[in-house]
Design a protein around this ligand. Structure first.
Ligand code: COA
Length: 273
């Protein structure tokens, strides 16, 4: 697939995906969603982490209000439904992705753009970026995942407040309410993202993959269910990684080669990547 709305670079073992529609603040049209999904699927086996960002002054200004909403509404129910389905597939692909995805946010982040960052595993933003669940301002509710994004990245009071008022908030405020992983001064954004990526890529990739998937599931379980589920998934993970954890992770500890409380073991096996 030729990309018109995104840029994709794979540098060593990191995928760098940039929404490339700055003149429209990286607003999402179905084609952009298809390209993001295609790019993620294409690089999944080759990378250990992905950074998703937006070109220009926006991370993503949400759904394209004209092309996605107005025009497909004129085309009819099927066109409207299909456009939504393509964006949904981009979101679920990100949410279920086997590699950690870091949203790098420097600018406007609204509506579906808010959902886009929320389905990434991590979000690092500049303090000055502006976020909003603005749907109420044009007469609808956050749909297509954005309501879920609100209640899963901030508490109920804040989610109700921001979805009901459409009021925007800064990156610094987003960090305070737990809506992003971290907010940093603009000059520190590159370093903050790269430090996180470097930490992620040096961990056992199979453990990394299972960590996110299991965490998302056990959030909705009671303790007994979670205990059983975690035990089962842990064994599945250990089998999949061919017991590298015990051979290397514990093995190197036995040799006193590192302190697991402070750092990761030195990955030896090429096969584990
Ligand atoms: N859908 C379609 N077009 C959009 C868009 C969106 N979500 N967001 C921005 N654009 C377009 C503008 O219409 C404008 O197009 P034009 O040059 O043809 O006039 C262009 O992008 C630049 O936008 P502009 O408003 O001039 O930029 P700005 O930097 O002054 O303001 C925003 C940026 C994001 C505050 C403003 O564009 C905005 O409010 N966008 C809508 C955000 C929103 O509510 N999104 C939720 C959707 S689910």
């Amino acid at each position: 697939m030729q990309y018109e709305y995104i840029e994709l670079i794979v540098e060593e073992n990191v995928g760098r995906l940039t929404l490339d529609r700055p003149e429209k603040r990286n607003a999402i049209v179905p084609e952009l969603a298809l390209e993001v999904t295609d790019a993620l699927e294409r690089i999944e086996d080759d990378v250990r982490a992905v950074v998703l960002e937006g070109k220009g002054s926006a991370f993503c200004a949400g759904m394209d209000l004209e092309k996605r909403f107005y025009e497909t509404r004129q085309e009819g129910p099927r066109a409207f439904y299909e456009a939504g389905r393509k964006t949904g597939t981009m979101f679920t692909t990100l949410f279920d992705y086997n590699r950690p995805v870091v949203a790098k946010i420097d600018g406007w982040t609204f509506g579906a753009g808010y959902c886009l960052q929320a389905v990434c595993d991590f979000a690092i933003t500049t303090e000055e970026s502006v976020f909003g669940l603005s749907e109420i301002n044009f007469g609808i509710i956050p749909g297509g995942g954005a309501m879920w994004a609100a209640v899963n990245t901030m508490n109920r009071r804040k989610a109700l407040y921001y979805t009901s008022t459409g009021e925007s908030f800064t990156g610094a405020e987003a960090e305070e309410i737990g809506a992003v992983t971290e907010a940093v001064p603009e000059d520190d954004l590159d370093d903050a993202v790269e430090n996180l990526v470097n930490s992620l890529v040096e961990k056992n990739p199979v453990a990394m993959q299972f960590n996110t998937a299991v965490l998302e599931r056990v959030r909705y379980m009671d303790f007994h269910e979670a205990l059983d589920y975690e035990r089962g998934k842990s064994e599945e993970m250990k089998y999949y990684q061919q017991d590298e954890w015990v051979d290397e992770g514990i093995g190197q500890f036995k040799e006193r080669e590192y302190k697991p409380g402070l750092e990761a073991y030195d990955e030896q096996s090429e096969e584990s990547s």
